[in-house]
Design a protein around this ligand. Structure first.
Ligand code: PGA
Length: 245
């Protein structure tokens, strides 16, 4: 695991964008696994700037996203499809028909999730998977619990995730209670994992991921078993690190 501590959110965003751009520059038809949330917004801005400066080209890239809320259509301004279009896809030259986000309106979420995983396999797998982390240690929407799922699946959101995400909605009642998320298997099969985090509220989870035991109670701790993980965090998120691996 390579851990990079950035001085600021801006630097974290730039360094993360450079990691993605490096993969795409080495493999122009790369499959990039993307994530939503507050954390990656700055990274997408950096990637858009790099695209405008002709430092990276997305014309042959395919993207697959980690997760989506159940019950929100892609037009809903809090859906993750909408987030991806407005924060990234609409501003670069990626082909929209090469961008995939799990379908939160599917009648049978688990069946469509299995199709999603098959599509990723058919694409040749994910070259780099971007992930954030919840302050409860979740990765994608794989929430802490007794068990973790391998494939893309339907999941119930925990109270702490609903509370954390309420800031994006008019009220907490509007936050969906379920989501479809790539499982730990899908994430771990990616050739490279790029984990980003900023802010003191992530510091404890980050320390557990880097220094703690592997446990389903901190789903992100599973990445310790991956061969190629780059963690880019700001100083606040690094503030509780007991050791650097
Ligand atoms: P955030 O979410 O970027 O909005 O903090 C990250 C996550 O929950 O994985």
């Amino acid at each position: 695991m390579k851990v990079i501590i950035a001085k600021s959110y801006e630097e974290m965003s730039r360094l993360a964008a450079e990691e993605i751009a490096k993969v795409v520059n080495e493999k122009p038809n790369a499959v990039i696994g993307l994530a939503t949330g507050g954390t990656p917004v700055g990274m997408y801005k950096e990637l858009i700037d790099m695209y405008k400066e002709k430092k990276v080209d997305f014309s042959q890239v395919t993207s697959v996203n980690l997760d989506e809320y159940v019950g929100l259509s892609g037009d809903h301004n809090q859906s993750y499809r909408y987030f991806m279009n407005s924060n990234f896809f609409d501003h670069v030259n990626i082909r929209k028909d090469h961008t995939f986000v799990p379908n939160g309106l599917a009648k049978d979420i688990n069946a469509e999730g299995a199709e999603y995983d098959k599509k990723i396999e058919a694409l040749g797998g994910i070259d780099v998977q971007l992930v954030g982390i919840g302050s409860n240690g979740h990765i994608g929407f794989n929430e802490p619990g007794e068990e973790l799922d391998l494939g893309t699946h339907l999941t119930n959101l925990t109270e702490s995730t609903i509370e954390a995400n309420a800031r994006f909605f008019a009220s907490k009642d509007e936050v969906p209670t379920q989501a479809v998320t790539m499982g730990l298997g899908g994430i771990m099969k990616a050739k490279k994992i790029l984990l980003i985090a900023n802010g003191a509220e992530k510091a404890e989870a980050i320390n557990k991921v880097i220094n703690g035991k592997i446990t389903t109670q901190i789903p992100a701790s599973m990445v310790q078993m991956h061969r190629d993980v780059v963690v880019v965090i700001d100083e606040a998120a690094a503030s509780k690190l007991e050791n650097l691996k």
